[in-house]
Ligand binder design. Structure first.
Ligand code: KIV
Length: 390
């Protein structure tokens, strides 16, 4: 960590306050930890306990990014002389000789400020919106207990529009872009440049639902200032409405500060793909008492930090069911059973558009690999046989 990163951030409490030992994040009094019992042969997982007193929700605000107006690059720029000649005939011009190295030049009167052009839409058809589709973090939080929340990933404008138009409640620009589209073996090489670019592409599809962007590997580990700046880039440059951060207790304090700064945060517990090198592969979580309790503590820490929802990846079904009952924010499952408050999957996996095998919990709804392959081969054949162009 550099000295610069060690500098206390302006939002940090005073030194005096910093000396006070921090209270440990734990479950609030009155809310029981899930007890464990054998539900499967050889496996201990958490089972039902009644919810105790709910924890007060933290205030959440969402900062909408400003839409930057782009100059119109389609019109070729006129040379100064051309502009001067044109302005002579079309409008009043004030031509003043300028002495520069013995030469005199004409300086045209500055033309009136160009009208700002609205940003061009990338798609021709308007994005759909369904009455019950969530549009913001409050809508997502309010769906808990009413109907399952549904989410998918997207990484570009085409998929962003299709996924929105299918009626999802939120789109995640996941760092899974690394493994699904960019050909990486893990999500670890994905960086801020990738995430900002792909988030901005999805934003250009103008989805009506909430747009969440993943914070890539390492960004939450340097300093709070760096974390805040990365979240700011995802929102201001990428156009995200919220960010997702992997981790539980370890990142909860920083999440709390982000939320109070106006950054809505989606938590992520269970299997954390960014730690796959450290944990030695992909596996289910919550299969023994310690892991079930750790998941519970992490989920409560994220609730207290103000996360508007929490993704629970590859958590034992019984533990996920219990967490869903115990925490206030919705638990959005991926490979964590049917009892969660909602479900998220990687769109490329459900569409059969990938170069790797989809995880076993995925249901594939289409085989795009096959459809695309067939179309591409037909094109190659037709060009070679001169059938196309006709
Ligand atoms: O990056 C991603 O797509 C994710 C989902 C799997 C939840 O984190």
């Amino acid at each position: 960590m550099s000295d610069e990163e060690k500098e206390p951030s302006p939002s940090k409490p005073s030194d005096l306050e910093q000396e006070k030992p921090k209270p440990k994040r734990r479950a609030p009094a009155g809310r029981k930890k899930p007890i464990t019992t054998k539900v499967k042969k050889g496996e201990e997982v958490a089972t039902a306990t009644k919810v105790g007193s709910p924890v007060a929700k933290k205030g959440k605000t969402s900062a909408k990014p400003e839409t930057k107006e782009k100059p119109n690059h389609l019109e070729p720029r006129k040379k100064v002389n051309e502009a001067a000649t044109e302005s002579k005939s079309s409008q009043k011009s004030e031509i003043k000789p300028i002495e520069e190295g013995g030469k005199s030049e004409v300086r045209p009167k500055p033309s009136p400020r160009p009208q700002r052009q609205p940003e061009r839409r990338v798609h021709e058809h308007k994005t759909k919106h369904f009455d019950d589709q969530a549009r913001n973090v409050r809508d997502i939080a309010n769906l808990k207990g009413k109907r399952p929340i549904v989410a998918l990933t997207a990484y570009d404008a085409v998929m962003g529009k299709l996924v929105n138009d299918a009626g999802v409640d939120f789109i995640l620009v996941g760092d899974s872009v690394g493994t699904t589209l960019l050909g990486h073996r893990t999500t670890i090489p994905v960086d801020m440049t990738d995430m900002v670019r792909h988030t901005a592409a999805v934003r250009r599809a103008q989805p009506k639902c909430l747009l969440v962007a993943d914070l890539p590997f390492g960004e939450a580990s340097f300093s709070f200032d760096r974390l805040l700046d990365s979240a700011r880039r995802l929102m201001q440059e990428g156009g995200a409405d919220a960010v997702k951060i992997e981790g539980g207790r370890d990142v909860a304090d920083d999440i709390e500060k982000l939320v109070s700064t106006g950054v809505p945060v989606l938590g992520h517990i269970g299997l954390l793909p960014q730690t796959v090198k450290a944990i030695g592969g992909y596996r289910k979580f919550g299969g023994d008492r310690q892991e079930a309790e750790d998941l519970y503590t992490d989920a409560i820490a994220l609730e207290e930090a103000g996360c508007f929802a929490v993704v629970g990846e590859m958590i034992e079904d019984a533990v996920a069911r219990e967490l869903t009952k115990q925490i206030l924010p919705p638990l959005i499952g991926i490979g964590s059973g049917a009892a969660c408050d909602g479900q998220i999957l990687v769109s490329a996996d459900i569409l059969g558009y990938n170069t790797r095998k989809a995880p076993s919990f995925v249901k594939t709804y289409a085989n795009l690999n096959q459809v695309i392959s067939k179309a591409l081969s037909q094109y190659v054949t037709e060009v070679k046989s001169r059938e196309f162009p006709a």
